[in-house]
Design a protein around this ligand. Structure first.
Ligand code: ASP
Length: 365
């Protein structure tokens, strides 16, 4: 390290004998998206009318700011003490960055951007620096941000040279008439706004490269869920909610695949009248169920608690996708935070009005 990424890209066969079989890619992709109904059933979806498995679910009141570092990360048994410390430290740093903005009367949007920037700059998370590789052994990053006061939003998909996609999303939200820019256009806009670009080798990490090799080799224990997407939600002193999400997507995703993270209403949503939501999990399911907006709408129209709303939305993803679909952090306009996930772990944390910082990784915490 650093290994020139372009060199690695030109040698896809080093990924293993079965590496570049299109069939392998397609089979894996279908499994990940849960698109087919019969597969969903055999993957463990509860038949209609039957109760879903219990989610990991918690509601905390008087919260100002919260983050997640992805659902489906390592379980307690899989993670060594050193790695656990690294994750907890990085999440704490991000929470401090977000809280700092809110405590100095900054906006919740500022808080969301600065916390996600910290996580994007860490190699531990599947966003920015630590983004996973797609099937072409490239990194294509997605992000979005939303201001609950105005419903203004900004999003980018498939960026390959943007160090901090959350900041580009913010620039699009604040300075353009549009919500979402894709790939090359997003990068042109970044240059126009004076945002720094990086070459692809910036995103190279050994861990993500290993995961790509495992996926290409069809390793039976390879898990699409091990990705560590990041997200944040905040409520500022003016009562404004904001949400943001940033990701490299899924390991070995097809070129051009876009998940839920940059899609307003699926991976990210914020509305001062209801809630701010950031999701993580198998994006195809979260898009199909419009999870982030669904939670906000339940709070607004059905007068449900934030925890009930988040739980119901995650159950909906299970109905079409089986078990282990992902999770959400959702903060309502009163400062009640729901942390709900159906995976073994979801790295997460929050800051309360009293300034208490809480970080949790596993489902049993
Ligand atoms: N939701 C992300 C995607 O599908 C991945 C994740 O959250 O783990 O791109």
């Amino acid at each position: 390290m650093p290994v020139l990424h372009s060199v690695l890209r030109r040698k896809p066969l080093v990924l293993g004998a079965s590496a570049v079989s299109v069939a392998t890619v397609l089979v894996l992709t279908t499994t990940a998206s849960g698109q087919s109904a019969p597969d969903a059933e055999s993957a463990g979806a509860a038949p209609e009318g039957e109760a879903q498995d219990e989610n990991n679910s918690e509601q905390v009141d008087d919260v100002l700011f919260a983050i997640h570092g992805g659902a489906g990360g390592l379980s307690r048994d899989e993670m060594g003490p050193g790695e656990e410390r690294e994750f907890r430290t990085a999440l704490t740093r991000a929470l401090r960055a977000g809280h700092r903005e809110i405590s100095r009367d900054g906006s919740s949007t500022d808080a969301v951007e600065s916390a996600i920037t910290v996580l994007e700059d860490s190699p531990l998370f599947n966003a920015g620096k630590g983004a996973v590789f797609n099937t072409d052994a490239e990194n294509a990053l997605d992000a979005s941000i939303m201001d609950g006061r105005t419903l203004d939003s900004g999003a980018v998909t498939g960026t390959r040279h943007i160090k901090n996609p959350i900041s580009l999303s913010r620039q699009i939200m604040d300075n353009s008439d549009h919500v979402m820019l894709d790939g090359e256009g997003a990068e042109l806009y970044a240059q126009h706004r004076g945002i720094d670009l990086v070459t692809q080798d910036y995103f190279f990490t050994e861990d993500r490269w290993e995961s790509l090799r495992d996926a290409k080799d069809g390793k039976p224990d390879f898990d699409f869920g091990e990705t560590n997407t990041v997200g944040a939600v905040g409520l500022d002193n003016d009562g404004n909610l904001a949400a943001g999400t940033s990701t490299g997507g899924l390991t070995n995703k097809p070129v051009g695949r876009i998940g839920d993270s940059p899609i307003i209403g699926a991976g990210t949503y914020a509305d001062n009248d209801a809630a701010a939501v950031s999701a993580t999990g198998t994006g195809e399911l979260f898009i199909r169920q419009s999870v982030a907006h669904d939670i906000s709408a339940q709070v607004e129209y059905a007068d449900r608690s934030i925890e009930q709303s988040a739980g119901a939305a995650i159950d909906q993803t299970e109905e079409i996708g089986g078990e282990d679909t992902g999770g959400v952090i959702a903060l309502d306009h009163d400062g009640s935070l729901a942390l709900v996930f159906n995976t073994t772990s979801m790295y997460r944390g929050y800051v309360t009005e009293d300034g208490e910082i809480v970080v949790k990784l596993f489902g049993d915490e």
